[in-house]
Design a binder for this molecule. Structure first.
Ligand code: ZN
Length: 166
């Protein structure tokens, strides 16, 4: 997979910091977190947390070597371009499931919302407070969920179309 596609995927599923780290690693395989930190300018701790997140998603891996003088291990990182396609598809599948769950939740429940936007309560909680806002006391209205439902349906359609083509 080419670098620009790889970076799009990292940007979408992990974020901008991670995309910068992956770009550097792709061009400098075997770099340590210290090399990366020096070259792209983030703190080593920040680089480490990005590396662990990428590693947890199986997008990068490391070789570990013991520093003979200091006695501790050093990590040399590399990108795993062959894994990106599968990881991305799995992320899309997870997102699709999440959208479907949220849609069914929206369709099967009623929410009440304060006209002053202090609170959004489930029907049960709203009933308990006699449909008054628990913050300001104003009478709450049933939330209009049309737009939210339409947005979820559109997301579901897009994800299904993408997965059907994959
Ligand atoms: Zn209120």
């Amino acid at each position: 997979m080419e670098l620009s596609k790889i970076l799009d995927i990292v940007y979408e599923i992990v974020g901008d910091d991670a995309a910068q780290v992956v770009e550097y690693l792709y061009n400098n395989p075997g770099a340590s977190e210290f090399d990366i930190s020096e070259n792209i300018g983030f703190a080593v701790s920040q680089i480490r947390s990005v590396l662990y997140e990428l590693k947890a998603k199986n997008l990068i891996d490391y070789d570990r070597r013991k520093d003979k003088e200091k006695g501790w291990y050093l990590y040399y990182w590399r990108v795993l371009p062959q894994n990106f396609e599968t990881v991305y598809l799995n992320e899309k599948k997870k997102k699709l499931e999440m959208f479907e769950e949220r849609l069914s939740n929206e369709e099967n429940s009623i929410y009440y919302i304060c006209p002053n936007f202090c609170k959004r309560l489930s029907f049960e909680d709203a009933l308990e407070s006699n449909f008054s806002c628990t913050v300001c006391g104003t009478l709450m209205n049933e939330e209009n969920k049309t737009r939210k439902v339409e947005m979820l349906k559109r997301n579901i359609k897009e994800h299904k179309e993408y997965l059907a083509k994959a």
